[in-house]
Design a protein. Structure first.
Length: 434
């Protein structure tokens, strides 16, 4: 660090700052901190602020003291004195100057500055001001958003009539700010009161706001901690279009998906509506999807028996068995119908040099397993392939190892069978080879 000399008190502040910057040396233990300080001290805006600070300090040291604080009154007294008797040419000229509007304005400004009368006069505080502060603590929140939605849903409290934040969508503007929470009461949007507005009017007001949006909020009594993002993944077993769902609390906040899409459920706080994202989607904001329990309870049984939608659900073996037996109590079995809406899955990352996972198809005689296998491979050639069989016969000239067969010796084949290396130990012999 530089050592200040005796005359350093007169050194300007921005020059001292430049001297400090030149004296910074990297330290092995605090290298990042030193680089940060050097970057801060080298900022041009900081240098400008230092120069402004010096100018203000210089003005404070050299600012003149006003002779009196009522120059306007003195000018009026002099003007009255001049008008009380005959005036010479010089006195008339002086009276004309003192009564001119421009000089009166200059003297009025002089008196205002001399008296330091800068602050506006505010009305006195009410007697119950402290009680009001204890009852309500208003918070002003300013969010910056583009054309994206705010990422929050609202509801009207039936008891108090207040507009309450009902849900915060993960990844939205409100969630990223961390300033808006579930249970907060919304009072104003960009200075417009929403107390007597309908929820659809408030939603339209929020959606029309572009750029920055200012909210006046009364925080909830207990702000819940922001939960960590869940890592639950579900495969959808049905199609969902929010704009066609009248049960959704907010159709614009719904997340459309198709059967087979993988969804990351980020929160299950609401028992009827979950928040989820589509895996692989570039949109990082979460949307509303019906929960498993809500979807199962709200789906009518007629959908299950429809020939167009039966493939989207799996009926339980219990119901199928009773149908085959010709049970007459069909109406009582509707509540036992077991169909799937979501299937929990997990992300599988295949490690290098790891053998592919085995898929085993099990079926009775006549189930056409080979046809099913060929169909699965034809529809997903990038995901499924036929296992390459092992053989003990000699390799032909046009064959390659690991393409048509794995060529092994008879002794190695028998040893692999004893070690349970093969999933299917059934083999056939031809000309002494297996």
């Amino acid at each position: 660090m530089p050592v200040l000399t005796a005359g350093a008190g007169e050194t300007r502040l921005h020059e001292t700052l430049a001297l400090l910057t030149s004296q910074l040396r990297p330290d092995a233990n605090h290298k990042e901190d030193m680089v940060f300080l050097k970057d801060v001290f080298s900022e041009r805006s900081l240098g400008y602020l230092m120069k402004i600070h010096e100018k203000l300090r210089q003005y404070e040291r050299q600012s003149p003291t006003p002779v009196l604080h009522s120059a306007s009154s003195l000018a009026e007294d002099v003007a009255e004195e001049l008008q009380s008797g005959p005036m010479s040419t010089e006195e008339q000229e002086l009276l004309h100057l003192l009564t001119s509007p421009h000089l009166k304005a200059v003297l009025s400004v002089h008196d205002t500055v001399a008296q330091k009368n800068f602050d506006p006069v505010l009305p006195p505080l009410p007697d119950d001001f402290e009680d009001e502060l204890e009852e309500e603590s208003v918070k002003i929140v300013r969010l910056v958003k583009n054309k994206e939605p705010l990422g929050a849903t609202i509801r009207r409290d039936e008891a108090t009539g207040a507009v309450i934040v009902a849900r915060i969508m993960r990844g939205g503007a409100a969630d990223r700010s961390g300033l808006v929470h579930v249970g907060d009461e919304l009072r104003e949007v960009n200075g417009v009161s929403v107390i007597h507005k309908r929820p659809d009017e408030i939603s339209q007001l929020l959606s029309q706001s572009q750029g920055s949006i200012t909210l006046k909020i009364i925080p909830a009594i207990k702000e819940e901690d922001r939960l960590k993002e869940s890592k639950v993944y579900m495969r959808a077993l049905f199609d969902y279009i929010p704009l066609e769902d009248k049960a959704t609390p907010c159709q614009e906040a719904g997340l459309p998906f198709k059967r087979g899409d993988i969804l990351q459920v980020v929160t299950q706080d609401d028992p009827t509506w979950w928040q989820a994202k589509r895996v692989g989607d570039s949109n990082l904001r979460a949307g509303l999807i019906p929960s498993k329990q809500f979807q199962e309870s709200s789906t009518p049984f007629s959908v299950l028996t429809s020939s167009q939608n039966i493939s989207a659900f799996l009926l339980s073996f219990r119901l199928s068995r009773k149908d085959r037996q010709g049970s007459s109590g069909e109406g009582s079995d509707l509540g036992d119908t077991d169909f799937l809406t979501y299937e929990e899955v997990t992300c599988y990352q295949q490690r290098p040099n790891e053998r592919p996972r085995l898929v085993v198809l099990i079926g009775s005689l006549g189930a056409r397993i080979n046809e099913l296998k060929q169909r699965v491979i034809a529809e997903n050639p990038h995901r499924y392939a036929v296992a390459v069989p092992h053989t003990t016969r000699p390799k032909k000239p046009h064959e390659k190892e690991g393409v048509e067969y794995h060529f092994v010796t008879k002794q190695q084949f028998d040893a692999d069978v004893l070690n349970n290396k093969y999933a299917n130990t059934e083999s056939c012999a031809f000309c002494g080879n297996v």
